[in-house]
Design a binder for this molecule. Structure first.
Ligand SMILES: C[S@@+](CC[C@H](N)C(=O)[O-])C[C@H]1O[C@@H](n2cnc3c(N)ncnc32)[C@H](O)[C@@H]1O
Length: 420
């Protein structure tokens, strides 16, 4: 057989014994086999496992695998609380087999590693649970879930790195307050169930092909159109109410919004009369609290790309004339001067891809004394922190929160100050 043929041999299904090394970003750990890196799910650093290759050819730079048998377990391994978590099953969770405290240690190690590798910054990162954690067992916290339908309309979640839907009767990390959408088949490709903190609930179905089932006492949306009831929920944070429509972003853990508002307020250290920008602002969560802090002599420009979220933001910020909503792409808004010529503080909370260099450089050009970066992806954060460094901004405090228990996701709030 030629070398070429060897290199393309699919190794999927091959079983190998592995010594598991450090955790890596993405919900897996790193091992080495036959001179290659293997990213192994369902394991922990320090374990020895039998792993089944799930992706990769003989000549590939790296392989993916699932631990299918644990030969030597590491401290922190626990019995998964979900019957469909594990190799080849639901891809919704990454760390069902890990004690919650150890999950936070793993997340902290990932943030540290990303900062070191991508930004050249050495920092120990401690990941904390959310404030007043009502889901302290890591279950029942997801207040928004989008389920996919299998060919029979049964809802479930997809396998890891696959389009295959694993039908579910229950999802232990989903909030018990969610509308019960898993009890019945749906003539739709996906169904989002939402439970607001005020008790409001709605269901949104997409690619609807038939009559939708009756889900009790909730609003129902079909392909963006209202079928009955409300297609939005009211959320409450620190005595303020926010309206969040079907497409609008809202944090999924019930304590996430309050936890991040608290972290952002402490990080910003607002002074009355200051000018601020809240970029990627959603329905105006941070804008509202920052506007209170800068007072009527200050200004907060709230920039959000989704027009419906911006409409909700205008309602949510009613009564705060110092807050102004700009609907549009952040980079364009900065380029067109819609955020102004200067700002004292910029808060940004971009999607997983991060802000990227062009936006970072435009933020720096506003000359803020401080940038507060809320990040849902540590790799994107590290890349953007590096660019901020090139623009003369130094990483100060960095708080990290486990707002997505059982998964590899972690939320960071980083302070960047202009070097004097
Ligand atoms: C992580 S959410 C943050 C929302 C808000 N800060 C909150 O905590 O509720 C990111 C938001 O950025 C918006 N977005 C994504 N890309 C954008 C872009 N290029 N320009 C403007 N907004 C964008 C999304 O619609 C979403 O509302």
């Amino acid at each position: 057989m030629s070398t070429q043929a060897d290199a393309t041999d699919d190794l999927t299904g091959t079983r190998v014994e592995l010594d598991i090394g450090a955790v890596a970003h993405g919900g897996h750990c790193v091992a080495r086999w036959d001179g290659r890196v293997v990213f192994v799910r369902h394991t922990l650093p320090g374990e020895r496992v039998v792993a089944e290759i799930t992706e990769g050819a003989a000549g590939a730079r790296f392989l993916r695998a699932d631990a299918v048998e644990v030969l030597e377990a590491a401290p922190g391994r626990v019995e998964p609380r979900c019957p469909v978590s594990g190799p080849g099953l639901c891809g919704g969770c990454d760390f069902q087999h890990v004690d919650l405290g150890v999950q936070r240690d793993l997340l902290g190690a990932v943030v540290s590693e990303q900062l070191s590798r991508l930004a050249g910054i050495e920092r120990d990162v401690v990941v904390r649970p959310p404030l007043s954690d009502t889901a302290a067992d890591g279950l029942g916290w997801r207040t928004r879930v989008t389920f996919a339908a299998d060919p029979h309309g049964h809802l479930g979640l997809r396998k890891h790195r696959s389009h295959e839907v694993i039908p579910l009767e229950d999802c232990p990390i989903a909030s018990p307050a969610l509308p019960r959408v898993l009890d019945t088949p749906w003539p739709a490709s996906r169904v989002t169930a939402v439970a607001g903190s005020t008790g409001d609930r709605f269901v949104a179905a997409y690619d609807v092909t038939g009559e939708l089932p009756d889900v009790d006492a909730v609003g129902l949306m079909a392909d963006g159109h209202r079928v009955r009831g409300r297609g939005w929920v009211r959320e409450e944070v620190d005595g303020r109410e926010f309206r969040v429509g079907g497409a609008g972003f809202w944090q999924v853990h019930p304590q996430a919004a309050a936890t991040l508002v608290d972290a952002v307020r402490r990080a910003v250290e607002a002074r009355p009369g200051e000018t601020m920008a809240d970029l990627y602002a959603g329905v105006g969560l941070f804008t509202a609290f920052l506007a209170e802090e800068v007072g009527s002599s200050g200004t907060v420009i709230s920039v959000e790309g989704d027009p419906r979220a911006s409409r909700d933001a205008r309602r949510n910020l009613h009564g705060l004339p110092q807050a102004r909503v700009v609907n549009g792409d952040v980079e364009q808004a900065l380029r067109r001067g819609e955020v102004g010529e200067r700002a004292d503080v910029v808060v940004l909370d971009p999607p997983r891809t991060g802000a990227r260099a062009r936006v970072v450089r435009r933020i720096a050009a506003l000359g803020p004394r401080r940038v507060v970066y809320v990040a849902c992806d540590p790799a994107a954060l590290a890349r953007d922190v590096k660019t901020f460094g090139e623009e003369g901004y130094v990483l100060g405090s960095l708080e990290a929160y486990a707002l997505f228990p059982m998964t590899h996701h972690v939320e960071c709030v980083a302070v960047l100050d202009r070097a004097s």
